[in-house]
Design a protein around this ligand. Structure first.
Ligand SMILES: NC(=O)c1ccc[n+]([C@@H]2O[C@H](COP(=O)([O-])OP(=O)(O)OC[C@H]3O[C@@H](n4cnc5c(N)ncnc54)[C@H](O)[C@@H]3O)[C@@H](O)[C@H]2O)c1
Length: 331
């Protein structure tokens, strides 16, 4: 079977994408691009056979790629993804798909025009424990899910100071997209958002650093997302916490309670039922399989755009004090 020729643009989190392409049997990592020479040199040292580029347009026209990971800052995703699609490549775009609903719509349209596939890097859907929770919901083990909550309360000062573009983003769309995507994955489509936000703990961040959003979902379930950038908490493995409450049982982060299958009257540890695989590598394996088998990826451009629209609705609600209906994206 022919292997996919893969490239990576942007070598921050993009290093994990490079490692994913380098280790899957379905692709070869053939090129990387970054404006930063030190990052390029480090990639060349790790993967001596790759071609390195400072200019994205050159990589697109010279490296004969099938697929590229777009791992540049959030506000660049639209231009970089559309350039790759117009060059005939498939695109794995880091989350969020875009920093606006209009940008997300432009990528959806460009993907349709080019007949190339886009996947959005919502890697939390590939974290073994979170996949396990989704499988429990799909099998009915938790019964009817009536409430799902996804939270990410972190302290981002160190990370943001190292890459100042992070100060230009919105908390809910930048990092909170992980939470909103997980909530949608478990609870279903968003009908309406209502939010409050404040700015009390992270003065260096130029806008509200904490937002709490309630979502009314089409399934009847209620969703809630909290995204904070100035929280004081010990470090944890996956920074996104997921709570799911159903008519037969509940999951709270890494513990589960399902009385019908577990006689104990207490929480039990959630034992992931999926192989222990780094989430970006698992996401890349999935996308390569989809490309080679002509299948739709789990988080295609429309899925990514729906998450952007749900985030933007939350942000708009916090700003206006009114409930907001997100822009709809049809399949
Ligand atoms: N899925 C996750 O868990 C996760 C984690 C971190 C970041 N991200 C996302 O990944 C993206 C990148 O974040 P990061 O933390 O790696 O940022 P970063 O600033 O560390 O890295 C971005 C890289 O892109 C390069 N770059 C920017 N514009 C370029 C251009 N025109 N040509 C060539 N190179 C260019 C920069 O030199 C830099 O090395 C963001 O969208 C972010 O939201 C996702």
């Amino acid at each position: 079977m022919r292997k996919l020729r893969a490239g990576v643009l942007g070598l921050g989190i993009g290093r994990r994408h490079a490692a994913g392409y380098a280790t899957t049997s379905l692709a070869d990592l053939v090129a990387v691009c970054d404006a930063d020479s030190e990052r390029l040199d480090r990639a060349k040292a790790a993967y001596p056979s790759i071609q390195i580029y400072h200019e994205y347009a050159e990589m697109l026209s010279e490296a004969h790629l099938d697929v590229v990971s777009v791992c540049t800052p959030d506000h660049m995703h639209v231009d970089h993804s559309i350039a790759a699609l117009e060059a005939g490549l498939h695109v794995l775009c880091e989350k969020p798909l875009a920093d606006s609903v209009e940008g997300a719509a432009r990528i959806v349209e460009a993907a349709r025009r080019s007949s190339r596939m886009v996947m959005v890097g919502h890697d939390r859907r590939f974290v073994p424990s979170l996949r396990t929770v989704k499988a429990m919901c799909d099998s009915g083990e938790l019964g009817t899910v009536f409430y799902v909550e996804a939270n990410s309360l972190q302290n981002k000062l160190g990370q943001f100071s190292a890459a100042p573009w992070y100060f230009t983003r919105q908390a809910l769309l930048g990092t909170g997209a992980h939470c909103v995507d997980l909530m949608r994955w478990i609870g279903g489509e968003v009908l309406e958002a209502f939010a409050y936000s404040n700015h009390l703990t992270f003065p260096e961040f130029p806008r509200d650093d904490n937002i709490v959003v309630l979502y009314r979902l089409a399934s009847g379930c209620i969703g809630k997302v909290t995204m904070a950038y100035g929280a004081i908490r010990p470090p944890r493995g996956c920074p996104t916490e997921l709570m799911v409450y159903g008519s037969k049982g509940s999951v709270e982060d890494d513990r589960v309670y399902v009385p019908a299958t577990n006689a104990s009257k207490s929480w039990q540890p959630l034992k992931p039922r999926f192989p222990d695989q780094e989430s970006h590598s698992a996401e890349i394996q999935h996308f390569c399989e989809c490309l080679l088998e002509g299948r739709r990826p789990l988080t295609d451009a429309v899925e990514g755009a729906r998450t952007v629209a749900a985030c933007v609705a939350g942000i708009e609600s916090a700003a206006t004090g009114r409930p907001v209906v997100p822009v709809r994206f049809e399949d």
